[in-house]
Design a binder for this molecule. Structure first.
Ligand SMILES: [Zn+2]
Length: 187
């Protein structure tokens, strides 16, 4: 038996471990699911599309917050901030100009409702709203358009996400969904 620091294992750890520096590391292996694209659709068909599949199941299972006639709202599984919602049509459509008049109107109305509900529940200082059109523009699931509603708080873009590429999310998604769904006005 050799003690710590003087055996062959310690030599190996010294050789293959990270270089010594002053940077603390917060390990987030769950992020590999997203980085590795494990749940990204294999193609752009509705059969592969999570946004087509989710409304056929239970609200809690799919993190659905509210359902309208033509559109619905759900929590982002990979939120930029707590309460990060998406509003999207039920119909599998990729381009904003392809929405019907009814879909366009309800998408806008539910975006407003999302802002009101988030203000009531979490009192954010501001919002980022927007749609990434096309993979080149940053859309994770480009085949089914979705409007992001991201609540913002002062200081939420501090060193941790900007330098560390890490977000601290203080609440579990299931709890966030339940609170927002309860606060959403009946449609
Ligand atoms: Zn779809």
């Amino acid at each position: 038996m050799t003690g710590p620091g003087d055996g062959p294992d310690q030599v190996a750890a010294d050789r293959f471990g990270p270089p010594e520096d002053d940077i603390a590391r917060l390990w987030t292996p769950h992020r590999m699911v997203y980085i590795g694209g494990q749940d990204k659709p294999a193609d752009s068909t509705p059969q592969q599309c999570p946004f087509c599949r989710i409304p056929t199941g239970e609200d809690a299972d799919g993190l659905v917050v509210a359902r309208g006639a033509d559109c619905f709202a759900l929590l982002n599984l990979y939120p930029y901030n707590g309460g990060h919602l998406m509003v999207l049509p039920y119909r599998h459509v990729s381009d904003y100009t392809d929405l019907t008049g009814a879909e366009t109107t309800e998408l806008a109305a539910m975006t407003q409702e999302a802002m009101r509900v988030l203000r009531t529940v979490y009192a954010p200082a501001g919002f980022n709203l927007g749609m990434n059109q096309g993979e080149v523009a940053g859309a994770g699931i480009a085949a089914h358009l979705h409007q992001h509603v991201v609540p913002r708080w002062l200081g939420d873009a501090n060193f941790l996400p900007v330098v560390g590429r890490t977000k601290a999310l203080p609440e579990l998604l299931a709890d966030t969904r339940a609170r927002l769904a309860a606060a959403w006005p009946a449609r």
